[in-house]
Design a protein around this ligand. Structure first.
Ligand SMILES: [Zn+2]
Ligand SMILES: [Zn+2]
Length: 283
């Protein structure tokens, strides 16, 4: 029922059908991306990231928090676009009134460019996506310190001696783009947030994959078409490109067939289709 794929060093578990429901768990980062369905095993994860307020991405939120209360989980943190903080608060208030039980959450409103620490030298940076409602994508980044190039090749004892001296400039800080999540967006996001093309793993929506819908249809709905990715293929430098949020009009088998037959070699091998085995969507 739950789809699980590997992408680079990461696991992605969950369900994603465009317009119906999307929720993904990345255990290595301990995060849930969107909450379109309250999946039992996601309820113990501490951090949630909402891309926007469309119901296929948020309608499972209260259910998840309810299950979380059941299993005694600590207060959940929900990162979300600043513009939808009020409506999400109203939504949770209504659920609290219905159930007469408090849903314990901390909302973290974010704007494009905002960063929040996640521990273990990781942080998240929000970026602008392009959809008809307030929307964000999230880039998960690791800060690593590397030996400056002028010290490369020096013996370990020498490095240790310099380190002891405590002089400045032995190491420099680097940002390693680990995993980016961009859903419900025009392909323009790949220009406005070019770092997506360099992220080790990119999780990207691809609502339409074949000629049943044109690129213009996709753009009118503020979504992405496989044709656009084919055109941009040489620019993806990702170790893995995970495609998700396919429309339910195309079966999982047909999605796989379209992606494999239409993407050029060089990119095709790095693409992971996030869809269940077989020819039927869940539910
Ligand atoms: Zn959606
Ligand atoms: Zn949407």
């Amino acid at each position: 029922m739950i789809t699980e794929v590997r992408a680079g060093p990461y696991t992605l578990r969950g369900i994603s059908v465009g317009g119906v429901y999307t929720t993904l768990h990345v255990p290595e980062l301990d995060v849930v991306l969107d909450a379109g369905l309250p999946l039992r095993s996601f309820a113990t994860v501490g951090r949630f990231f909402l891309s926007h307020g469309h119901l296929d991405h948020v309608s499972g939120l209260a259910g998840l928090l309810n299950i979380r209360g059941l299993v005694g989980g600590k207060r959940a943190t929900i990162h979300l676009p600043a513009e939808i903080e009020g409506p999400v608060r109203d939504l949770l208030r209504a659920h609290t009134a219905l159930a007469r039980a408090e849903l314990d959450v901390e909302l973290v409103p974010m704007r494009p460019g905002d960063e929040r620490p996640l521990g273990n030298s990781m942080f998240v940076r929000a970026f602008q996506t392009h959809h008809p409602v307030p929307s964000l994508g999230y880039q998960f980044v690791r800060r690593v310190s590397k030996l400056r190039p002028e010290h490369h090749g020096k013996a370990p004892e020498e490095i240790a001696r310099l380190r002891k001296q405590g002089g400045p400039g032995l190491f420099e800080e680097h940002e390693r783009l680990e995993l980016a999540y961009a859903t419900d967006t025009l392909s323009r996001v790949l220009e406005t947030e070019a770092s997506l093309l360099e992220s080790r793993v990119l999780v990207l929506e691809c609502t339409f994959v074949d000629a049943t819908r044109s690129v213009e249809d996709a753009r009118r709905k503020f979504h992405l078409h496989l044709d656009e990715l084919i055109e941009l293929a040489p620019r993806f430098n990702n170790e893995a490109l995970v495609l998700m949020h396919f429309g339910q009009g195309t079966s999982p088998d047909r999605v796989r067939e379209a992606v494999q037959s239409r993407l050029p070699p060089g990119l095709r091998e790095r693409v992971v289709v996030f869809a269940p085995e077989g020819d039927r969507w869940f539910g």
